[in-house]
Design a binder for this molecule. Sequence first.
Ligand code: GLC
Length: 552
Amino acid sequence: MSKWWQETIAYEIYVNSFNDSNADGYGDLKGITQKLDHLAALRVGALWLTPVYPSPMVDNGYDISDYYDINPMYGTMSDMDELIYEASKRNIKIIMDLVTNHTSDQNQWFIKSRASKTGPYADYYIWRDPKEDGSAPNNWRSIFGESAWEYCEERGQYYLHTFAKEQPDLNWENITVREEVYKVANFWLDKGVGGFRLDAIPYIKKPSEFKDGIPDGVDGLSSIHKAIVNTHGILDFLREFKNRTVNGRDVFTVGEANGVPATELNEWVGSHGAFDMIFSFEHTTDDDTWYRINDITLSEVKRAISEAAIKTKDDGWYPIYFENHDKMRCNSHYFPENVDKKAASKVIATLLMTLRGTPFLYQGQELGMTNTEWNLLEANDLKTHLQYQKALDNGISIENAQKLINKYSRDNARTPMQWNATKNSGFTAGKPWLKINPNYTEINAEAEIKDPSSVLNTYIELINLRLGNPVFLSGDFEMLLPDDKDIFAFKRTLDEKAAIVVLNFSDKIQPLSTKLNSDMSNSLLNKKIGFSTHENPNKDSLHPLEARIYFD
Ligand code: GLC
């Protein structure tokens, strides 16, 4: 029997940028409540909100200063209760973003921890003495690019931060810290939320020794990711989290789990796993170091997706996503430069809605929103600033560093929602906190809902197709043409029913009849084309960026 979250559409809201109800330039909870009908039209059943807790906003909410309240710029606890209630009327459950690898340095726990080496909070964070020469305990580099250690005068010690220095890491080895985390989770579950997305989860357990890593940059530092990701024993913590919080409740958990290999998926998401799903990063460009980035190829994407499907075939489930608030827009991520972005968006729409797993849409993806251009003055994202500097330090020219931020800046996904063609895209009556993509006059929800060929209407059509066809919800997955570099094709099968999805990721015509072997072409080319993104699908070939589905 499937669970509700296996048969739903999930949607991520980047709260700052979704809808501003009070003209302060930032999105807020009331703004989300006002737009629930947009989400209901997409048949969304789970709504993941980026962190809405009080926060100094150094990392836009991923630095939490109080786990039990609502950030005043987003509203009040009663706005939250209203959102939970209004959403439930539309069968939508609210999913909270739980950030527990670290807090803000403004959190009371940290303020107390930094004040004394002996008090009850002394071991809430990861403190180490300096080396003899006063330098940091080791050479780890944080994910955002600086040393992962920050010196604290009051204690005469360094504290560890996997991300920004304003985000000190919690010490999960301390049982009192784990109890605090479970208390937070239960508080929100008791309020009626439908589950959690758990932020940065593979970093919560640190190795027993903090050795120097091999330097991998001109700064002499070494990636903390490699040193601490998925440390042996982490699953004991996570199973404890499960037992003490979500077990027995009709909710789901999805862990953000960069660095968990497909071979370990069963332990993470199988019937005895720690989570219901994890966001793997295997099918995305590894964007921790922009100056030496390698874009992911379609072959790698295919391999990662098919591996996850095979590993969880009999035990486990996973989420499907191609965008979130940390990635560039998918119509740039997975396609050659300068392709038709609207057509590319529809290829991803078809893939997202036909794969096995719960589809997670990211705000604006349903409109085909795109990357835009950035100069440093208008960029908000702290990672963008740090990575730009890192590129220059490593000898990259200003011009090329600029190209890097245009492509990889997390701000690309964070520009305000494009609701309509009026001033500020209908997002705010005030001054938007982040620049609005100038293409909002064409790419916006109001225009798209009236246009049958829009990305939005393509999504609605595909969502209806998915939710109306059990073959997409629970059918088996089989990769076709695994070695093809341009076509992503697969078969979904349930009992006697089958659907075949064929997607052309290239901007060239793809001759189907010659690419398929004779057995396959006989059976495929005579099947009924049940869906195509193009008006006149050609039996023997795919149009550039065509997505089609055959049914038996
Ligand atoms: C996760 C979030 C990202 C944040 C980081 C630190 O990766 O998705 O936005 O910056 O954790 O909390």
